[in-house]
Ligand binder design. Structure first.
Ligand SMILES: NC(=O)c1ccc[n+]([C@@H]2O[C@H](COP(=O)([O-])OP(=O)(O)OC[C@H]3O[C@@H](n4cnc5c(N)ncnc54)[C@H](O)[C@@H]3O)[C@@H](O)[C@H]2O)c1
Length: 377
C-alpha cells in the first residue's frame, strides 16, 4: 500500500500523523511511505530521520495525495485538502463531523473512504484513538484555566491552590471521562478544591477510586450544575456522547450566576461545544469574554505540545495503520467491528449512525464494496 503523510495546515497545529517508528514498521512490511517535506518539523522530526527509515520525501501536499492511497493526518482536512481527495483515497484522521456539516458534505462529494479516529472503538466500547489526546487535553485544560485566572490575562486573579491561610480556588469539571480524570489529576496536584460531575454513576465510582477520594464526585444534572456555578472559579467542560454533537451543559442565562472574570474551558468544543456561548478559538487567540466570563475554546489543544502529543497519538494509531495497510481497507474494516465504527464516510454517504443523527441525515451501512447499501435503521 502507498501511505501518504501530508504536513498539517490547521492554524497552530504542529503534530504529525506518523513518526519514523511507523515508517520503519510500514516499510519493513513492504509498503511505500511518502512524507511531505517538513511534515515532522513541528514535532522536532526532520526529513532525514524519515528517509533513514525508508520514507520518500514529496515536495508538497498535491504530490503526496497524487501518489498515496492511504492518507494519514491528525486534524480534519482543510478546504484545500478536501479538494485533493478522490474516491481511490482512504483518509484516516480526526474528523469531528457531527459539528461540521460543510466538511461532511465535502468528504461525501469526494467519494473517499474517511475513517475518524474519534469514533473507532475497542472491544470494551472505549475510544482508543481519542484517549491519548484526551489525556493531553485534560492536563492542558487545568494548566490553561489556571493561567487564564491570572489578573493580567483578564482572570479573577486567584491562585488555584491558594496559600496557607487563604482558600484554594474551586474547580468544577463537567464530564468525568478521560479528559475529566486528567484535568482532575492536575487540579488536585495544584491543590485546588475539585468537583467532578458526570451522568454515569459507575464512572463516578471509578473516579472516586482513581482519585483516592481527593475530590468530590457529583451526579450531573441541571440543578446540581446551577448550584455550583456561583462557587466555581474555573469550569472545565469535558462531556462526550460518542459521535454526537456535545450536549449544552451551561446556558448563556446561567453565566450571570458566576463570579465576574471566572473562566470556562470548553474541551468539548471539537464536538460543537458544551457551553451555549462557546465558539472555536486557536492557540494564537485562545480566549474571549461573554458577560464578563472568560471562554477558552481551543479545538486542537494537544497541538500546543506536539513533542508529547505526536508520540502519544501515533503509539495508538499505528496498529490500525498497519492493519489497514497489510489487509487492505475493506478486509481491515470487516475484520474489526471497532474500526468499522470509525468509518464515517464511504461511497458518498455518512456511514456512522451517531454522526448521521447529529447531521440530521440518514446513515447508510457499508456493503462489501463500501458502496450504497440498505439504510441502517
Ligand atoms: N479541544 C481539544 O483539543 C480536545 C482534545 C481531546 C478531546 N477533546 C474532546 O473532549 C471531550 C471529552 O473527551 P473524553 O475522551 O474525555 O470522552 P469520554 O467519553 O472519556 O468522557 C466523556 C464523559 O462525559 C460524560 N457525560 C456525557 N454527557 C454528560 C452530561 N450531560 N453531563 C455530565 N457528564 C456527561 C460521560 O458519562 C463520560 O464519562 C470530547 O468531545 C473530545 O472530542 C477535545
Amino acid at each position: 500500500m502507498k501511505v501518504g503523510v501530508p504536513t498539517e495546515i490547521k492554524t497552530d497545529e504542529y503534530r504529525v500523523a506518523l513518526t519514523p517508528v511507523g515508517v520503519r514498521e510500514l516499510t519493513e512490511r513492504g509498503h511505500d511511505v511518502i512524507v511531505q517535506a517538513g511534515a515532522g518539523e513541528g514535532s522536532a522530526i526532520d526529513d532525514v530521520r524519515y528517509e533513514a527509515q525508508g520514507a520518500r520525501i514529496a515536495p508538497d501536499a498535491p504530490a503526496v495525495f497524487a501518489e498515496a492511497e492511504l492518507i494519514l493526518k491528525v486534524k480534519e482536512p482543510q478546504p484545500s485538502e478536501v479538494g485533493l481527495l478522490e474516491s481511490r483515497h482512504t483518509l484516516f484522521t480526526y474528523l469531528h463531523l457531527a459539528a461540521n456539516p460543510e466538511l461532511a458534505q465535502g468528504l461525501c462529494d469526494s467519494g473517499a473512504t474517511c475513517i475518524a479516529y474519534e469514533t473507532v472503538e475497542d472491544d470494551a466500547g472505549r475510544l482508543p484513538l481519542l484517549a491519548p489526546m484526551s489525556e493531553v487535553a485534560g492536563k492542558i485544560a487545568t494548566q490553561a484555566g489556571a493561567f487564564m485566572l491570572e489578573k493580567p490575562l483578564g482572570g479573577r486573579g486567584i491562585l488555584l491552590g491558594g496559600v496557607p491561610g487563604v482558600a484554594a480556588a474551586t474547580v468544577m469539571i463537567i464530564g468525568g471521562g478521560v479528559v475529566g480524570l486528567n484535568s482532575a489529576f492536575i487540579a488536585i496536584g495544584m491543590e485546588a478544591d475539585v468537583f467532578v460531575y458526570d451522568t454515569s454513576i459507575d464512572r463516578l465510582r471509578e473516579l472516586d477510586i482513581a482519585l483516592n477520594g481527593r475530590c468530590s464526585t457529583v451526579f450531573s444534572s441541571t440543578l446540581a450544575i446551577e448550584e455550583m456555578l456561583p462557587r466555581a472559579d474555573l469550569v472545565i467542560g469535558a462531556v462526550l456522547i460518542h459521535g454526537a454533537r456535545a450536549p449544552r451543559v451551561v446556558k448563556r442565562e446561567q453565566l450571570k450566576l458566576m463570579k465576574p472574570a471566572a473562566v470556562l474551558v470548553d474541551v468539548s468544543i471539537d464536538q460543537g461545544g458544551c457551553f451555549e456561548t462557546s465558539r472555536p478559538t486557536t492557540h494564537s487567540d485562545p480566549t474571549y469574554q461573554v458577560d464578563g466570563i472568560t471562554h477558552y475554546c481551543v479545538t486542537n489543544m494537544p497541538g500546543a505540545v506536539p513533542v508529547t502529543s505526536t508520540y502519544a497519538l501515533t503509539n495508538a494509531t499505528l496498529p490500525y495503520v498497519l492493519a489497514l495497510a497489510d489487509l487492505g481497507v475493506r478486509a481491515a474494516v470487516e475484520h474489526d467491528a471497532g474500526l468499522q465504527l470509525g468509518v464515517n464516510v464511504a461511497g458518498g454517504h455518512i456511514t456512522n449512525t451517531a454522526v448521521a443523527d447529529s447531521l440530521a441525515v440518514e446513515a447508510v451501512s457499508l456493503d462489501a464494496e463500501f458502496g450504497l447499501a440498505a439504510p441502517m435503521h
